[in-house]
Design a binder for this molecule. Structure first.
Ligand code: UDP
Ligand code: MG
Length: 309
């Protein structure tokens, strides 16, 4: 018998856990016929509601339900890492607790692994039921990433993936602090099959990602998988030096011919302000990378476990 580990990060999902378990279990028969056993790994990411109690209730009825509970909220990325680390499966799948990653797709996904793919990824083809402004910025972000990053990051890609132990080990090797799973998947490579599905609205509870949280997550994604902003800032530096040089010649020649060095004070102030602004902007970009480096160098653990079973 092979083992399939289902890894689910949960943050304040008390209403979803039982439904999620029931929906996934609908596939039990299929997997059993194919010689695959299921096991669950719920990672309670420091929930303040009854999530942990809901998971424990499941566990008391089913030995195959395992859980890890964090000491506080460490974020979905850390929860995924913790789940991957604990899970023993020959195959592993990462699924959200809110049923936005349809469990009904699992048999089809497994089919591709059996065919010889290493990893089966999913993407949603639309963003139905999502605020328009959020979709707009998400699209922008993916378009930008495509241009500035060497790894492939697919628009609409979900974290919902089924992969082999080999891929899981590769992901675990990337123990970086600033995690961006979508980029990590692309970075490790392997033969990946993409499946598409239509967006499904969250069943219960609400999204944990505010606009600002997503915004800062997108900055994490950019700094983690591209150094293009650094190149842009040095490029801007060169351009401004050139402009300054041209201006210098104009000013000197004007002063020599017309003898009025104080003329043009307003334009001078504008130039100084603009140049200072660009400088601060570029220092800010460098600061972002430095801050990320600082966090990496500290080498803090990705999460702390309070309870596991
Ligand atoms: N999640 C988590 N830690 C967090 C935020 C979210 O483990 O800090 C989990 C959440 O419980 C869910 C999944 O990550 O299982 C996706 O979150 P959500 O559905 O809120 O995101 P959305 O689908 O709206 O992008
Ligand atoms: Mg969701």
């Amino acid at each position: 018998m092979k083992l399939l580990s289902i890894i689910t990060p949960c943050y304040n999902e008390e209403d979803s856990i039982a439904d999620f378990y029931a929906e996934v279990m609908k596939n039990e028969q299929f997997f059993h016929e194919n010689g695959v056993e299921l096991e669950f790994h719920f990672v309670d990411d420091g929930s303040q509601d009854g999530t942990l109690a809901a998971i424990k209730a499941l566990r008391s009825g089913d030995e195959r339900v395992n859980f890890t509970s964090f000491s506080r909220n460490f974020g979905k990325e850390s929860a995924i890492y913790a789940g991957l680390k604990r899970a023993q499966g020959d195959y592993l799948v990462i699924m959200d607790a809110d049923l936005q990653d349809p469990p009904g797709l699992l048999p089809e996904m497994y089919g591709f692994l059996a065919e010889g793919y290493d990893s089966v990824a999913t993407r949603r083809v639309d963003r139905k039921g999502e605020p328009a402004i959020r979709s707009f910025w998400a699209r922008r972000f993916y378009r930008l990433m495509k241009k500035i990053s060497k790894v492939e990051i697919v628009d609409g890609a979900r974290d919902y993936r089924l992969f082999t132990r080999q891929v899981a080990e590769a992901i675990l090797m990337m123990s970086e602090y600033n995690r961006f799973t979508k980029g990590i998947y692309g970075w490790v490579g392997y033969r990946t099959k993409w499946l598409e599905f239509e967006n499904i609205a969250r069943r219960k509870g609400e999204t944990k990602w505010s606009f600002w949280r997503l915004f800062s997550y997108s900055l994490d994604g950019i700094t983690a998988f591209s150094t293009a902003p650094l190149a842009v800032s040095s490029f801007m530096g060169v351009i401004f030096c050139l402009i300054a040089f041209v201006f210098l010649i104009i000013v000197v020649v004007k002063a020599l011919i017309f003898g009025d060095p104080t003329d043009g004070w307003p334009s001078m102030v504008s130039i100084i302000l603009l140049a200072a602004g660009i400088q601060l902007f570029c220092v800010g970009i460098i600061g972002q990378y430095l801050a990320k480096t600082y966090m990496e160098v500290k080498n803090r653990p990705l999460y702390l476990v309070k309870e596991e079973s």
